[in-house]
Write a new protein. Sequence first.
Length: 331
Amino acid sequence: MRKKEFNLPFLVENFFTKYLVEQKQVSRHTITSYRDTFKLFLSFTAKILNKSVQDMELEDLNVDCVLSFLNHLESERGCSTRSRNQRLAAIKSFFKHTNVCLPDKSHQIHQILCISSKRVTKKIVAFLSREELEVLLKAPDRKSWIGRRDHALILFAVETGLRVSELLQVKITDIELNQYPHVFCMGKGRKERRTPLGKASVAVLREWLKENKSSLLFPNRTGGPMSADSVQHLLKKYQSIAGESCQALKKKTLSPHVLRHTTAMNLLQAGVDPAVIALWLGHSSMDTTMNEYITASLELKEKSLAKMSTTKTSFKRYQPTNDILSYLEGV
């Protein structure tokens, strides 16, 4: 292929179709994330250069342009550092692939690849206590179809610990409720796993499946797939309802991932081995389980403190002296 055909539209299309889909075989979620990144990036660049996206060349996407875009994400769009780093990773992936097609542009590309990710502050993970979870599960109105679906969804999410993307793609055929009840899912990194279901989930799902006419376990009103935003919205709605009787829940930030954290903490506090929890949640490394959840659990820390032998020391009440110089020596 002639080099003049390696224009920006071709390079972007080649990156998505040939590299991401055919060579890397990345998930649909990755494709969507990368797509959104380039829609934002190309639109931003076209605006600051006063060009149309169709008229832009690869040379327009230089290191200064990328840095300006990253600053724009944080300062104007209000993106977190983690989101900023994800957008940067997508851009770097594109330029790594482009470097193979256009080695003569390696100087420009190398400058972009040298942009470093920002360090992210690791916050203590949020999770729900048993009391908060019980109040939340009572919030949906189970006299309605939507309420019964939402109650089943929240209970299922907390018992299985599935990611919201995994949760929404579960089909009825992925569920086994008879011998050895479990759910099958294709998780992050194309890893298959089977997660056991508790008695509460099995009982609720048996009733839910009697009225669910969709092939999906948790469909929307029309029988189609729910979106992650709709799950976030329903959690906020029930948090507001449950917060009237539980002030602690009202103050928390609630999201689908907090339900996943709640699963991990319940397992950890029940004495389940961290290696088993890592497999249960589909973590790529057991370090994630050890670092995040053990750090967050005050209950486990208090139990560990109780097992420690106390240091023998005596208590002596402080008696002030009249010697000012002696006092100043000790300051």
